[in-house]
Design a protein around this ligand. Structure first.
Ligand SMILES: N[C@@H](CCC(=O)N[C@@H](CS)C(=O)NCC(=O)O)C(=O)O
Length: 218
């Protein structure tokens, strides 16, 4: 049985597990309550960030690396095109762009906007991180003009990677996505595996509800 520790980017991992039909359990980790009190989790990841997984005697962090590990060890799966598949280079690029280019930068904008003291909310680093997110997003927009999914005609783990970042931007920063991204999100969030993931991920559901309330009040 695979254990996923924490939501946040752990949502990607749970969604992948749902798509692959693998048995797992989600073990909540409450970052806001302070991981210093969560000895069991710190034994898994002493650095204290989420997500992490345990699979038998394997322990791992980094959501994209975890997805690659799960697809390689428990696959094959059409979520990961094979190296000789013409879709492979584009797949690989967007799989990583979803975290390294998009989520990693918008995460720091979110921290600045939601947690930093008033005077720091739009500081130089926050503006730079937003610029990086917006510039990488142009690649997503161009790709969605070419194909229904990021790697081509089929849904892959690259879509799980990138869509998490797009939703993070919408939810935590109130970022306004373009029509192509909105239609893309509507298409992939209609998937049954996504719906089951939302059922499982209570913290993500609560954050979404909170963000929707804030947006309605604006
Ligand atoms: N690149 C990592 C990012 C992990 C990350 O920053 N996770 C956030 C929550 S989604 C976190 O744990 N933040 C608290 C911290 O870094 O201490 C991944 O993709 O897993």
């Amino acid at each position: 049985m695979i254990t996923v520790f924490g939501e946040g980017r752990g949502f990607r991992v749970v969604w992948l597990l749902e798509e692959m039909g693998l048995a797992y359990k989600l073990r909540p980790v409450d970052l806001l309550a302070g991981v210093e009190n969560d000895a069991e989790f710190l034994a898994i990841n002493p650095a204290g960030f989420i997500p992490a997984i345990r699979d038998g005697d394997v322990t791992m962090v980094e959501s994209i690396a975890i997805m690659e590990y799960l697809m390689a060890r428990h696959g094959p799966t059409p979520l990961a095109p094979a190296p000789q598949d013409p879709a492979f280079p584009t797949y690989q690029q967007f799989l990583h762009l979803g975290e390294a280019g998009l989520a990693a930068s918008i995460y720091f904008v979110s921290g600045a906007r939601n947690l930093a003291p008033e005077a720091e909310r739009n500081n130089w680093s926050a503006r730079q991180a937003l610029y990086v997110f917006e510039s990488r997003l142009t690649l997503v927009t161009r790709q969605l003009e070419r194909s229904p999914y990021l790697a081509g005609d089929a849904f892959t783990a690259a879509d799980i990677s990138v869509s998490y970042a797009l939703q993070l931007a919408q939810r935590n920063v109130g970022f306004r996505l373009g029509e192509a991204e909105l239609q893309y999100l509507a298409r992939i969030t209609a998937r049954e595996a996504y719906q089951r993931t939302m059922e499982t991920c209570h913290a993500t559901r609560a954050w979404n509800a909170e963000a929707a309330k804030k947006a309605a009040a604006r």
